[in-house]
Design a protein around this ligand. Structure first.
Ligand code: MTE
Length: 322
């Protein structure tokens, strides 16, 4: 008899959060309330778990904040956003930081290939020398209905697109996470379509908001959050923001992502945030900010409509919000 087994990705966040974690978070937040209100990276970093201190890029942080990107809420304390994560390569639980030390982040080579003038590879530290880092405050909304607000450091994805010199026929970018089951025990689970893949249109990649992240809270991004290079697409559900990227392929075919390959009726290509379009198994109307007790209404496009909504005007007959 076939029994439907609920796996991690099938459980809404409110059901998947262990009580103990929830209560710890409340206690912690009480203690940190004043610090969070200050909003500065330095203040928030004070009580947080270890960061990659040995990271050779540490001297590049903190970068200047871009004042254009503001929040309607407090920055999430670093202790919360770095101890409640999704990174299935290491575990399907939220305590990724307990396992992610195994991630080896140097040397780290990034390949640019597919429909580009000339494919090339470059190391993360060479890439960091070629870009101008800035800090941006972004909201981040997981499809599981938890959310956070983070000071990311990085550079616009369009800087990398320009470096890649895509051919005119390239319509999409497919991004790929490392594949190393010896290092990342989660990748030994055969029922997942490893490696983690995500994709977006060239139009989206060139949008001002599309941001490649190398740092967080004024330091190199910690391993559990996707070191040494991850994406932040704040108007989309968090699963589009792929971590620990090793490849950018330019293509004329819509990429099939990890989640779409796993469960296409639940996780689509566009995945733009919309409170009015429920996930097939739970509502998206509200969200719970990490550390908060009460839920707040979710904003369409996660509040970034002024930057992104018109990109989708001409798209008909597609599920833009799943
Ligand atoms: N990238 C990889 N490679 N593996 C993952 O499991 N999880 C995604 C996304 N990127 C994931 C990933 C999901 S579901 C979310 S919500 C965000 O990362 C979580 O980012 P955070 O842990 O930094 O909050």
């Amino acid at each position: 008899m076939w029994v439907k087994r609920k796996r991690g990705w099938e459980i809404p966040e409110r059901e998947s959060t262990p009580e103990a974690v929830f209560h710890n978070r409340r206690a912690l937040l009480k203690a940190m309330g004043a610090m969070a209100a200050a909003g500065g990276a330095g203040a928030l970093a004070a009580a947080a778990p270890a960061f990659a201190d040995a990271d050779p890029s540490a001297g590049l942080y903190p970068a200047k904040r871009d004042p254009k990107y503001t929040l309607d809420r407090l920055v999430t304390p670093q202790k919360l956003s770095t101890t409640y994560n999704n990174f299935y390569e290491f575990t399907t639980n939220k305590d990724v930081y307990e396992y992610s030390d195994a991630l080896k982040i140097r040397p780290w080579t990034i390949s640019i290939d597919g429909m580009v003038e000339k494919p090339f590879t470059l190391g993360i530290d060479d890439l960091l020398k070629k870009v101008m880092l800035e800090e941006r405050l972004y909201r981040h909304r997981c499809v599981e209905t938890w959310s956070m607000a983070v000071p990311w450091t990085g550079f616009p994805l369009k800087t990398l697109v320009d470096m890649a010199k895509p051919l005119s026929g390239a319509k999409y970018i497919k991004m790929v996470t490392f594949m190393d089951p010896k290092m990342a025990s989660g990748q030994r689970a055969f029922f997942y379509p490893w490696p983690y893949i995500e994709g977006m249109t060239m139009f989206e990649a060139n949008n001002d908001l599309a941001f490649l992240v190398t740092g967080m809270y004024g330091k190199p991004v910690p391993k559990q959050d996707g070191a040494p290079l991850r994406l932040a697409l704040p108007w989309k559900y968090g699963f589009k923001s792929i971590k620990s990227i090793v490849k950018f392929s330019f293509t004329d075919r819509q990429p099939v992502s990890f989640w779409t390959a796993l469960q296409s009726n639940e996780y689509g290509f566009w995945a733009n945030v919309n409170p009015a379009v429920p996930h097939p198994r739970w509502s998206q109307a509200t969200e719970r900010e990490l550390g908060e007790d009460t839920r707040r209404p979710t904003l369409i496009w996660n509040g970034y409509g002024e930057y992104v909504a018109t990109m989708y005007d001409g798209i008909k007959g597609e599920q833009l919000f799943r």
